[in-house]
Design a binder for this molecule. Sequence first.
Ligand SMILES: NC(=O)c1ccc[n+]([C@@H]2O[C@H](COP(=O)([O-])OP(=O)(O)OC[C@H]3O[C@@H](n4cnc5c(N)ncnc54)[C@H](OP(=O)(O)O)[C@@H]3O)[C@@H](O)[C@H]2O)c1
Length: 338
Amino acid sequence: MADAEAPEIPCPPLNKEHRFLVYGGLTGWVGQKVVNMLEAGGYTVKGTQTRLENREALIREIDQFKPTRIINCAGCTGKPNVSWCDHNKEATVRANVIGCLNLCDVAFQKKIHVTNMSTGCIYSYNGPFKLQDGSWDVSDNFKEEDDPNFHGSWYSRTKAYVDRILFDAYDNVLTFRLRMPISDDLFRKNFVTKIKGYERIINVPNSMSVLYDVLPLLAAMSNTKYTGLYNFVNPGVISHNQVLDYFREILDPSLTYKNFSQKEHDEHVKIPRSNNMLDTTKLEKAAKELNLELPEIHTAVKNCYRRMRAKGSHKSDLPQKRASDKIATPEPKKKKVA
Ligand SMILES: NC(=O)c1ccc[n+]([C@@H]2O[C@H](COP(=O)([O-])OP(=O)(O)OC[C@H]3O[C@@H](n4cnc5c(N)ncnc54)[C@H](OP(=O)(O)O)[C@@H]3O)[C@@H](O)[C@H]2O)c1
């Protein structure tokens, strides 16, 4: 960690007997945050890098560590971004399909609950959206049971296929659909950092996940053994411009940005990206049952920036490094367009 540290994500009270095994917990962006949150809460937790496709190694590790809960934050997300998955389909399948199913199946045989991180980037608006009296009017609000209608990227397709198999066949699995995650720092995978770095941005309302708000729910829902599919985002939608407007208002008055149209955007990106609103009725109900806060996305983003201001965690460009960054394809120095 750099000197400007992100605030800790508060861990809710859980059963002290639990032993959490977190795949992707050693080098993954979200996985490390889950491990840190659970450790700070005083729970027994182990992050692991064991390859999901290696069934024998999974069995050995599970038999040795004897987890009472497994959290899967491992997955092929592509380097430098998900477009990589379209050119490396087999490797993506190995991790996101074969690997993920392997882990959930081994856990099923051993009667262990798995919380599995998936994506909400499997839907796309069917119609137009417009800003009316300060709030977005959108064509769709996708529920967990809706069939995916975004097939533009291989990454999204692998996740959507597996979600459905897990939901239909495994009663030991809780699947979360995370989207455009926002962290309390400026790590390169933070959605805010990404769009701040682009030369031009589209301005589309989207569901997004503020990690500070949703990860405590992950811990509490794993603890209580919720199962099935959950859209894992803050309620409401927020647009790219609004995310940066709040940043300028709260953290950096000098921030500027330029927009371009969806058509210009689509000509620039090689692999399409999904834009959507996810229904949060189920997640809000769970939050209520567990006495946890799940703020609406505009409040959540502003709260996130206020925490960053208080901690100074917006002052460091690289607050978190992971081992695999050493070998990762360097990101282009030039400002990107997306
Ligand atoms: N970040 C986002 O924008 C976003 C949005 C929605 C959903 N998600 C989902 O959330 C999860 C976590 O994302 P993230 O951003 O934290 O990803 P990340 O930083 O790219 O981390 C991925 C982790 O998965 C591990 N991994 C990759 N292939 C593996 C395999 N075959 N077997 C075992 N481990 C493997 C990596 O380990 P090595 O370093 O050893 O390869 C790394 O620890 C992923 O499932 C992702 O699809 C992410």
